[in-house]
Design a protein around this ligand. Structure first.
Ligand code: FUL
Length: 486
């Protein structure tokens, strides 16, 4: 090297070192509103939990009790064992149980001081039993969260439809929340079929769903007792219904939606609930509710109709795999146990999930991106495979697309691609594609729209050494916290 060149080289090195040591900290991306609350974030991370429907219907064979059932009908056998429910729920990888403390027929699974229509007048345990207590205790003991379903529609109460019933309903909420908490989720069912027993009136009663219950007052009251509770209803306010009971959320699933649209009670609202609204002003993510059997309650004639592990796995992909949470109903039978067929299906399903996602081939692999925020390591592509959900790849504010290339090191068989956005700062991605390296060229194997908390794409199994994710459009700088390849 000539003396002059050497000098220039040394000068350059000195300048670079100086420039690096002077690197300005890069401004983190600003939130792209709306963003989830802390309690919604914690809820997103739960991903899936159980629903349990159990009441007089289990013994009468109905789905919607009329409200005139004698409490004596409720009579599970001495074999009843809620620890079998909790054990199975845990073994299936579910994180909580939401129990129908009272369904539309009005029968209470706890000895409420406000009604005679409850377990206290059943034959079960000579009226000394309390399903809500047993289930909440079993949950809290085994590390499962506990949730409450208390049907607003009550076909047993004589005063249903008048203001005093709303007070009755609130009293029961006070009873439940002060005795059996902590409660992670409160399920407000929108169903109201009109007719019922109503203390002997046997008539049709119409209420205005929008005003009768005065929900804001009720929710405030519950929130005071349980600040972290998540409210589910067709319309939120914390989480929304997915618009069907078959087990799927839209492939396009925005966590955002306009609360005004929801409360307007529009016709065709199911479609909006199923996809959310790209420019929705509120963060109200979706929960997918579905039963392991055709009915919500146990009916012996459905023993052969329990969903297979394969069907449940499909449901997992079209709910959790599309950024929603899954609430899977498992109805106990007349013995007071999960039926053997249900247990077998649940465990088979868990095995399928474990096998499919056993080894993340992308973990700690080398990733390259065409661009990253402020050329700062803090936002580099390697964040998507570092196994840390708090780090993410980001672009500059004015860049709303980008490419991430994951090098698997050697040819591996790939079946699933898992993507996660850093939703703490909002949901952003609108479209993306997935390509794999094959015969020295890129081949597109999947494309999708939204990502959100989690997106799983099932692809035709393929042997490849490189996977490319291209974010083709985004509402703001895309923030990707995790990419898994299985
Ligand atoms: C519906 C109810 O009518 C069903 O009986 C069940 O409880 C389901 C989860 O919600 O609206």
């Amino acid at each position: 090297m000539k003396k002059q060149n050497l000098l220039i080289y040394l000068l350059l090195i000195t300048f670079q070192t100086f420039a690096i040591s002077k690197e300005q900290p890069v401004k983190p991306p600003s939130p792209f509103y709306p963003v989830p609350t802390d309690r919604q974030l914690a809820w997103h991370e739960m991903e899936q939990y159980a629903f349990i429907h159990f009441t007089t219907n289990t013994f009468t064979g109905k789905e919607w009790g009329y409200g005139d059932e004698s409490p004596e009908v409720f009579n599970p056998s001495p074999q009843m064992d809620v620890s079998q429910w909790a054990k199975t729920v845990k073994a299936a990888g579910l994180k909580a149980i939401v129990l129908t403390c009272k369904h539309h027929d009005g029968f209470c699974l706890w000895p409420s001081q406000y009604t005679e229509h409850s377990v206290k007048n059943s034959k079960w345990k000579n009226g000394q039993g309390n399903v809500v207590k047993e289930v909440s205790e079993a949950c809290h003991k085994s590390g499962l969260k506990f949730g409450v379903y208390l049907s607003p529609w009550d076909r047993n109460r004589s005063n249903y439809g008048s203001p005093s019933y709303v007070e009755y309903y609130r009293n029961q909420l006070r009873e439940l929340f002060s005795t059996y908490g902590p409660v992670f989720e409160m399920w407000f069912d929108g169903a109201n079929g009109g007719d019922g027993y109503y203390g002997g009136a046997r008539e049709k009663r119409k209420i205005s769903g929008a005003s009768y219950y005065d929900w804001p007052t009720t929710l405030n009251m519950v929130r005071k007792m349980e600040p972290n509770v998540i409210f589910f209803s067709d319309a939120g306010p914390d989480i929304r219904w997915c618009g069907n009971e078959s087990g799927y959320i839209g492939e396009t699933n925005w966590n955002t939606i306009n609360a005004d649209t929801l409360f307007a009670g529009k016709s065709g609202i199911e479609k909006i609930l199923n996809s959310g609204e790209e420019n929705g002003k509120n963060w109200i993510p979706a929960e997918v509710d579905v039963s392991i059997r055709p009915g919500w309650f146990y009916h012996a004639e459905e023993d052969a109709k329990v969903k297979t592990p394969e069907k449940l796995f499909d449901i997992y992909l079209s709910s959790v795999g599309r950024g929603a949470n899954l609430i899977l109903n498992i109805p106990p039978d007349r013995r007071g146990l999960f039926h053997e067929n249900d247990v077998k299906a649940l465990l088979g399903w868990k095995k399928m999930i474990d096998e499919a996602f056993k080894k993340n081939l992308a973990l700690h692999s080398v990733v390259q991106s065409d661009t990253y925020r402020g050329d700062s390591k803090k936002y580099a592509a390697s964040n998507v495979t570092d196994g840390n959900k708090e780090t993410y790849w980001a672009t500059n504010d004015d860049i709303t697309s980008g490419t991430l290339e994951i090098d698997l090191g050697a040819k591996k068989k790939v079946k699933y691609i898992l993507l996660q956005e850093y939703i703490k700062l909002g949901q952003r991605v609108k479209n993306f594609t997935v390509s794999v390296r094959k015969n020295n060229r890129w081949e597109e194997v999947a494309k999708g729209s939204t990502i959100g908390y989690k997106r799983i794409l099932k692809i035709e199994p393929v042997e490849t050494n490189k996977v490319k994710i291209e974010i083709t459009s985004s509402k703001a700088s895309p923030l990707i916290s995790n990419i898994g390849i299985y």
